[in-house]
Design a protein around this ligand. Structure first.
Ligand code: F0G
Length: 337
């Protein structure tokens, strides 16, 4: 029986042998061929979606959260806390519930998608809203967790990165080799950091012979890495990546440069278009931020056409049901009969 990513990849993870593993059986997410989309767009390469929206709380955060909460528990933590644009709070709340811990989440008021807020509330987290953005919420969270016996479970917690790197292991285990290109949305930059770490470790362990080019995408209104400076008032419909000062900025740049990759930006319209195309052409419903890694492929292909023998993976970080309001907004209204 499948027992979750900590159990599956224990040899590659810093888990204490005596630790009680907190899991909701996250991971083992599918790598779905995007053949319809590929044909429609005239992209000759093999193209797959790593659909992380199929995790227990509907986002890629679960792979990291099983590690963060397991490590927190092993260290005797009773209370955990995070700042979040939504998905981290949903994941932290669920895993804390499973562990019997108290979870406190700090979110930007009015700027998190409905499904994510519902999750944090249902899992009985203490939900606090600030009149400010994610970056400000993270600053406050760092101050609180530095001063009180509360464990921070944002991706600056190294166990989060350790857990999320297993998604790269899964891709290599499924394909039998690393892809040529890995496309991924970039917000606080933990996930691109984690994937790159995972790919490098697996290559070193002899599980793959190549390393992918890491191609990250920010939203135009929240693209500090692309613009080379902090964005004080980030704005995008992709609220998950509405971030102006990513905590793992340097590590994202290192992943880009070491892999010979690229970090670019896509507009809200391009993400929306890609989200609709993926849903209508391939039957996969992802959230707006996740569509950045599909919009990114379309943009990249226009400038550097992919070849037939190349393999592309796009991580779809969150499920479309996280943000139903946005989906209804961008779709034609049901006909009255
Ligand atoms: N996609 C989704 C759906 C996300 O929720 C996030 C981040 C990202 C992409 C970007 O990942 O931050 O590792 O670069 N969400 C965080 C949160 C910030 O609070 O849920 P990243």
């Amino acid at each position: 029986m499948y027992k979750g990513v900590v159990h599956r990849y224990r040899d590659h993870l810093p888990v204490d042998a005596a630790a009680r593993v907190i899991t909701l059986l996250e991971g083992d997410t599918p790598l779905i061929p995007l053949d319809n989309l590929r044909r429609r767009l005239g992209i000759p390469a093999r193209w797959y979606a790593k659909f992380e929206g199929l995790n227990p709380t509907g986002s890629s955060k679960d792979g990291g959260m099983t590690m963060a909460i397991t490590a927190a528990g092993a260290a005797g933590a009773k209370v955990v806390m995070c700042a979040s644009t939504g998905n981290t709070s949903a994941s932290a709340a669920a895993y804390a519930a499973q562990a019997g811990m108290i979870c406190c989440v700090l979110i930007p008021e009015g700027k998190i998608a409905l499904g994510k807020l519902a999750q944090a509330m249902m899992h009985s987290a203490m939900v606090l809203q600030i009149e400010g953005n994610f970056d400000e919420a993270l600053t406050v969270t760092r101050q609180i967790t530095d001063s009180y016996p509360v464990t921070l479970v944002n991706s600056i917690n190294p166990f989060r990165i350790e857990g999320q790197k297993t998604a790269a292991f899964e891709i290599v285990d499924t394909l039998g080799e690393a892809p040529d290109y890995h496309f991924i949305p970039v917000g606080n930059a933990g996930n691109i950091t984690a994937y790159w770490k995972g790919y490098k470790e697996y290559e070193k362990a002899g599980k793959s012979t190549v390393l992918p080019k890491m191609i990250g995408w920010q939203a135009e209104g929240a693209a500090p890495i692309v613009r080379g400076g902090r964005v004080l008032h980030p704005e995008t419909v992709a609220t998950a990546i509405r971030i102006g000062n990513p905590a793992s900025w340097e590590r994202a740049v290192a992943a880009r440069d070491e892999s010979g990759g690229h970090i670019g930006m896509v507009s809200d319209d391009q993400m929306t278009e890609a989200q609709k195309l993926l849903a209508s052409a391939n039957g996969i419903f992802c959230e707006p931020a996740s569509a950045a890694s599909v919009a990114g492929v379309i943009r990249y292909h226009a400038e550097h056409p992919f070849r037939k023998d190349e393999v592309i993976v796009s991580t779809l970080t969150g499920h479309g049901l996280k943000d139903p309001n946005r989906a209804i907004e961008i779709s034609p209204a049901p006909a009255k009969v």
